[in-house]
Write a protein that binds this ligand. Structure first.
Ligand code: GLV
Ligand code: MN
Ligand code: MN
Length: 424
């Protein structure tokens, strides 16, 4: 099928993505960090578009914004489509929001075609999919899947606000998280830009995601002594940054060793490194770093953590500083996408005449948490040069529309086939 003949309105879908992109920190496009005023402004727009499409709009106690349209047979449960509207700092226009806009456009396309599903349909904008200032990602989908615990709610951001209070501030209810936990969702589908080059390099339209990496985040703190950078002899220093810098190199070399072994995909990154007091003429007194380790094989993460724990302790000793924290901030195992949903997506792509392949996801997604409570699967669409988490992130209008059409066709098919398939 020519992309211009897709069974939905590509321009309307595109307009939602571009309109949301306008709501950004002007000094740092595209930035709409979760829990900020800009994030809430973005959500106001999303809620307004949900309502205009005829969805009943609510927020659950985990802070997820949900639009809902009842099916002909509500006892069948819910088919949900969604992603997230928050961004990383200086992120792109598509990561997350393309998936939310897809759900919205599917509702409008069904309405325009006069179609009502047997299942109830929900469009979900999950809270804080990107790692938030509280050190936690996928806050909303963790909440919806019963995976947001009290320890996580106690996490604090740098100015001291606990996640618990932030959740309340954006309309959730941390004391009633159980109410967000869902048992009625039969299937969850998420469209996302690929954030890699597989589709573009093979001139393919659609990636049917086979699995999503597991992610562990670890916080390490080194405490030394702040001192005068001119008068403190090198051998008398307790330089926290020396241990942190060593640790950055250790993370890289251990990750390379594990990845090269060939028993699974493995990457690790130190993306946060704070130095205190951070002045050119003061020996660093305290450093905090956060490691993000991802894999398809949890045994590799176990071995990574063991090695880094041991070697970073040795780095602290060499620098004559104390390692005061080595803490797991979060840990999610790799997940396989649901075979029944993957088959429906493949069939839909084939029927629409789109080029497709199966591929694994190295990025984390709300779909991974949703797989804990329902069948869950994803569609990737190509993005230019695989670039993401950067302002240059780009996906073509027709590429996003093609992915959305695949989900629309799959939803129509699943509305029938799920009735025979039974629970996972
Ligand atoms: C989500 O963007 C991730 O960190 O993979
Ligand atoms: Mn992202
Ligand atoms: Mn995303």
């Amino acid at each position: 099928m020519a992309k211009s003949n897709l069974p939905l309105d590509a321009d309307r879908l595109w307009a939602d993505i571009m309109d949301l992109a306008e709501i950004t920190d002007p000094a740092q496009p595209y930035t709409r960090r979760s829990f900020t005023a800009l994030f809430l402004e973005g959500r106001t727009l999303v809620a307004q578009r949900f309502a205009e499409a005829g969805l009943a709009v609510r927020m659950d106690t985990a802070g997820n914004l949900i639009g809902r349209i009842e099916g002909r047979n509500p006892s069948l449960g819910v088919i949900a489509i969604g992603s997230h509207s928050d961004t990383v700092p200086s992120g792109g226009r598509f990561d997350g929001i393309a998936g939310v806009a897809t759900g919205l456009e599917i509702v409008r396309a069904l309405r325009d075609g006069g179609a009502q599903l047997d299942h109830t349909l929900e469009v979900i904008d999950f809270l804080a999919e990107e790692p938030s200032e509280y050190g936690l990602s996928c806050v909303g989908s963790r909440g919806m899947s019963g995976s947001l615990d009290g320890k996580m709610l106690d996490l604090v951001e740098p100015s001291g606000e606990p996640l618990r209070d932030a959740l309340r501030r954006v309309g959730g209810d941390p004391e009633r998280l159980d109410a967000a936990r869902r048992g009625d969702i039969r299937a969850f589908l998420e469209l996302h830009i690929e954030q890699g080059v597989v589709l573009e390099s093979q001139s393919l339209d659609i990636g049917v995601v086979s699995s999503i990496v597991g992610i562990r985040r670890i916080e390490i703190v080194f405490e030394g002594e702040a001192d005068h950078a001119g008068t403190t002899p090198l051998q008398l220093r307790h330089d926290a940054l020396l241990a942190a810098a060593d640790t950055v190199a250790i993370v890289r070399s251990v990750a390379e060793r594990l990845d090269w072994e060939g028993s699974g995909y493995f990457v690790a990154t130190v993306g946060i490194l704070t130095v205190e007091p951070s002045a050119s003429n003061i020996v660093p007194g305290r450093c905090r770093l956060v490691i993000d380790a991802r894999t398809t094989n949890p045994d590799l993460t176990r071995r990574f953590v063991e090695a880094v724990e041991q070697d970073s302790a040795a780095a602290a000793t060499r620098a004559r500083v104390k390692r005061s924290a080595f803490t797991a901030l979060s840990d999610g195992p790799p997940v396989a996408c649901d075979p029944h949903l993957q088959a429906a997506l493949r069939r839909a792509a084939r029927d629409l005449g789109l080029g497709q392949t199966d591929l694994p996801s190295g990025a984390g997604h709300d779909a991974a948490f949703m797989s804990r409570i329902c069948r869950s699967a994803m569609v990737f669409v190509p993005c230019r040069a695989g670039k993401s988490h950067a302002p240059e992130e780009w996906a073509d209008r027709d590429a996003v529309a093609a992915g959305a059409a695949v989900i629309l066709q799959a939803v129509k098919a699943l509305d029938q086939s799920l009735q025979e398939a039974g629970p996972v």
